[in-house]
Design a protein around this ligand. Structure first.
Ligand code: CAA
Length: 384
């Protein structure tokens, strides 16, 4: 099936970036949102981003010409001839289901419908349509024009054809697809991200370190592009709290007590988008790299211990392998190397000892996964 026109529903942070990526890959694109305020802002942001690429010589085609392939509308009518639609509206399940009901009634029967949801189960979205086999998760990363990863999340209803078409489309968009074998709340990316946030938060709330020390260890010790709190600000604390709640309430991950995120959310200090979160930014929507001291007393192995434990859980449950987890972290979060590879380098026993120590303080989520125990007993690593 050849895709000629792509529809994007929602012109926010992710939607406008997905529209840009689609137009850069030479597709005609229609973007729908509820108001011209959102659509005009999206136009500006796409232009800004295309201009950056053009000025650096990373694209040859003029931004104005690329823009000609994108139409904007407040009416779903423009979706009537779309071959593949990607939904990127806020993470409210009722809203997503309403959007899919509308798309199902408006688009031709051959059209594939994807959701960019970061955590909502795809099957619950598919169930409102009459084409469950054509519904799939296509999870992009912020900022979509820069981040290479796309998680491909089939539900129990998704057909092989839909999976193939979506993987092919991701590749044509110059992205690196990672397919989950089984659908799991939060997918791979956000389950690992949740665990990083939980441990970062625990360390601060238990008085082991400050926010800046945790982030300095992430940036200077682990060489990540952003600290964990900085990344939470970048993604949006509302989005972070949302994915946290979805994953924990699904019953597939034990919670870790953490008040800081909740307090920020309640104070509407949502990070970069509001100009203030764990850090202050020059203006709402304007990110500037956070300045941090270089040294930190935080042990990088402790900081990633819960995330590595989660990685072991994902492997043990047949959702992905260690290599897939590493691809997700390298291309979805710009890690300099994979999480599981870092774990091997820092030593599985070291990671295990941190898990046991924190578990002994009463945090049940840190109970070491049996795969980690097995690796220790056989003196192996995830790759070694
Ligand atoms: N379009 C075009 N260019 C862009 C851009 C955009 N939207 N955003 C950034 N850039 C360019 C900048 O112009 C800059 O270019 P130069 O180096 O040529 O000047 C370059 O990218 C780097 O940007 P900055 O100098 O502003 O800042 P930085 O060095 O800190 O890089 C970053 C910014 C690329 C975002 C980097 O910090 C990073 O990789 N951070 C991690 C981001 C991440 O983990 N994203 C995933 C979040 S999780 C998610 O999205 C899933 C979910 O469901 C929650």
């Amino acid at each position: 099936m050849s895709i000629k026109k792509i529809g994007v529903v929602g012109a926010g942070t992710m939607g406008h970036g997905i529209a840009e990526v689609s137009a850069l890959a030479n597709y005609n694109v229609s973007v729908v949102d509820i108001s011209w305020d959102f659509l005009n802002r999206a136009k500006e942001r796409i232009m800004e981003s295309l201009n950056k690429f053009y000025e650096k010589g990373q694209i040859k085609e003029k931004p104005e010409d690329i823009m000609k392939r994108i139409e904007f509308s407040t009416s779903y009518d423009v979706m009537r001839d779309a071959d593949f639609v990607i939904e990127a509206v806020p993470e409210i399940i009722e809203l997503k289901r309403k959007v899919f009901e509308t798309l199902d009634s408006i688009t031709p029967s051959h059209t594939f419908l994807a959701s960019n949801t970061s955590s909502i189960p795809i099957s619950t979205i598919a169930e409102v349509t009459k084409r469950k086999e054509k519904i799939i998760g296509m999870h992009f990363f912020n900022p979509p024009p820069i981040m290479k990863l796309v998680e491909i999340v089939p539900s129990k209803y998704t057909s092989d054809e839909t999976i193939e078409v979506t993987i092919d489309l991701a590749k044509k968009m110059n992205k690196i697809p990672v397919k989950l074998k089984v659908e799991v709340p939060g997918f791979v990316s956000n389950r690992i991200f949740l665990r990083l946030m939980q441990e970062a938060c625990r360390e601060v709330e238990d008085g082991e370190a400050t926010i800046e020390e945790v982030d300095s260890a992430a940036r200077n010790g682990l060489k990540l592009p952003m600290g964990i709190f900085e990344l939470s600000d970048y993604v949006g604390i509302d989005v972070a709290v949302d994915l946290w709640n979805v994953i924990v309430s699904s019953g597939t991950a034990q919670d870790v007590k953490c008040e800081m995120y909740k307090r920020k959310f309640e104070a509407k200090e949502l990070g970069v988008k509001t100009g203030k979160g764990f850090y202050n930014y020059p203006a709402p929507g304007k990110y500037r790299k956070v300045e941090l001291q270089v040294t930190s007393k935080v042990d990088p192995a402790r900081l990633i211990s819960l995330a590595v434990n989660e990685g072991a859980w994902l492997i043990q449950n047949g959702i992905v392998n260690a290599k897939d987890i590493d691809t997700v972290m390298i291309y979805g979060f710009n890690f300099p190397k994979g999480l599981m590879e870092i774990a091997d380098e820092l030593g599985i026993r070291n990671i295990y000892n941190h898990l046991v120590d924190i578990y002994s303080k009463g945090y049940v989520a840190y109970r070491p996964n049996s795969l980690i125990e097995e690796l220790i007993n056989t003196s192996k690593g995830f790759y070694m």
